[in-house]
Design a protein around this ligand. Sequence first.
Ligand code: FE
Length: 390
Amino acid sequence: MGESRVRSERSFANSLNRRQLLRRGGIAGGAIALAGLAGHGSARATTEPDEATGTPEALTPIVSRSGADLSGQELNLYSSRHYDTDQEFYDDFTARSGVKINLIEADADQLIERIKSEGDAGPADVLLTVDAGRLWRAQDAGIFQPIKSDVLEQRVPSALRDPDGNWFGFSRRARVFAYAKDRVDPATLSTYEDLADPKWQGKILVRSSSNVYNQSLVGALIEALGLDGTQKWAEGLVANFARDPQGGDIDQITAVAAGEGDIAITNHYYYLRLLNSTDDAQRKAAEATALFFPNQGEGQRGTHVNISGGGVVRTAPHPDAAIAFLEYMVSDEAQELFGKGNYEYPVVEGIPLEASVQALGSFIADPIDVRVFGENNELALLLMLRAGWN
Ligand code: FE
């Protein structure tokens, strides 16, 4: 209850900001607003002090591509991003654009089914989800429409979006190892491939093959090792499992801390979430482990990196607001929020990293086109099941 009051106060403050903005005539400068979004490392209006009052300057306004005011419009946003901090994006977008967001949250496959069943008169404007494998699935189900946007094309690297503009990556996440500091010498760690070596028997913790993060990782391995090579790898990996797959990525890290195994495969941000937790037990679990970025050696392809992202629904009733929202998600401000809110990496170059993300150090990411994860998804899952990866 207290929280909803805080939220409505925040929304009120945001609407004040917007009114201030309109009074100043800031909204008339549609081209300027978009240039602000498009510019790499552009000046950030939010941090400039206001000359008259000494308070922070009003937010950079968001208008439609034609320069039209979007305020009063609504945006029906379907999201399967399961991170509480995402509300900050929505509040910030509403404050800048005047667009009211109606948020529907559910599992990605449920949202895809729902959009399909709602048909041509459906209310969905934007689908946000995690993992390129799922974005590809949504595209395959025919629920996106291709978007042509200079802002999105300039800011999102081409390997992290659909070439026809059906979906775009907004943040990056590395799938890495969390190893037991007291039992594993990091000098003995090297590649994903090496986790299938019998020397790790009984040591490996990873979640189920039903999880799309693992399916995408295996999809990338198929590209690198071929089907037979990946099948052999999966069999070796399963032979090294410390236990039957159970739980999510965080459960794998805490299991390493509890001594159930020595190496967990996890997305990097789950480790940072534990490390930055206010809960002592969670923080201790992270402190007992350290992250290792695999496949960094000479001539190796780099660490597996996936995206979260989204696209405009084919039948979107508010396409202008939908495109403005996608463009907002690659603005300097939103790109920084991905780090502050969920310890993710931005997709746009030159965005400052959140401090604990920065502290992980730099690494080489596999430059593979993330569409491959979707294309190989079915094969990956079959192969994992055949290897006995439950
Ligand atoms: Fe996640």
